[in-house]
Design a binder for this molecule. Structure first.
Ligand SMILES: Cc1cc2nc3c(=O)[nH]c(=O)nc-3n(C[C@H](O)[C@H](O)[C@H](O)COP(=O)(O)O)c2cc1C
Length: 197
């Protein structure tokens, strides 16, 4: 057994994992250091542990860092231009990817399957976003899952060379949390949202 695991009893490990799950949160402000190569590999491997009916792997991860962030911003700006957005919007979206050291555009790539609906496959890709965010948080990093109108922009889809049936399910911004204070969040009591059948 791994030594790190040996240091904790199984009960202690369970409670560490439960505390971790119950403390998941996003970070809106992200700074350097960026996830390094090994951390990015862990994050992407976590994505691949998302529940996946028939292991269809119905996703693609478009990873932008360094110059890639500038390229992604250019694609955002080009999409906005083609969509006749005002100049200030074009300039705003150009800078958007620069808000984090890494931005992963998560694309659902549903294929026709007798048993696995396109919806199931999109849910799988969406789950991978959360898996990556959780992995980042476990590594002392964090991120935020963002969407916005660019997600549905056919212009952006074309610039990213996506297939007609592909859907962007999120832009996952990743980096080192720059916030010193935890965001105020509502009560997590599940009771009002739960019905026992
Ligand atoms: C599909 C999806 C899209 C989202 N898009 C945005 C977004 O564009 N901008 C934003 O500020 N938060 C967005 N959020 C919410 C944040 O990711 C985050 O969950 C929220 O700020 C609450 O913070 P918490 O995760 O710490 O509870 C989105 C969440 C989901 C699931």
């Amino acid at each position: 057994m791994d030594t790190k695991v040996n240091l904790l009893s199984s009960g202690q490990l369970q409670s560490v994992v439960t505390d971790f799950l119950l403390s998941r949160h996003s970070s809106h402000h992200l700074a350097l250091p960026a996830p390094d190569e090994k951390q990015l590999d862990i994050i992407l491997r976590a994505a691949m542990r998302a529940p996946d009916f028939q292991y269809m792997r119905p996703y693609r991860f478009l990873v932008a860092q360094g110059a890639g962030l500038i390229r992604l911003g250019e694609l955002f700006a080009q999409s906005a231009k083609v969509m006749n957005k005002p100049e200030q919007v074009i300039e705003r979206v150009r800078k958007m990817p620069l808000r984090a050291p890494v931005v992963i555009t998560v694309v659902a790539t549903p294929a026709v399957n007798k048993h696995v609906s396109a919806f199931d496959q999109i849910l799988c890709a969406s789950s991978s976003v959360l898996m990556m965010q959780m992995a980042a948080q476990s590594l002392g990093l964090n991120g935020i899952w963002r969407s916005g109108w660019l997600m549905q922009s056919r212009e952006l889809h074309q610039l990213l060379e996506l297939q007609a049936t592909d859907q962007i399910v999120g832009f996952l911004y990743l980096g080192t949390p720059a916030e010193s204070v935890a965001a105020v969040r509502p009560d997590d009591n599940p009771e009002p949202y739960t019905q026992w059948l």
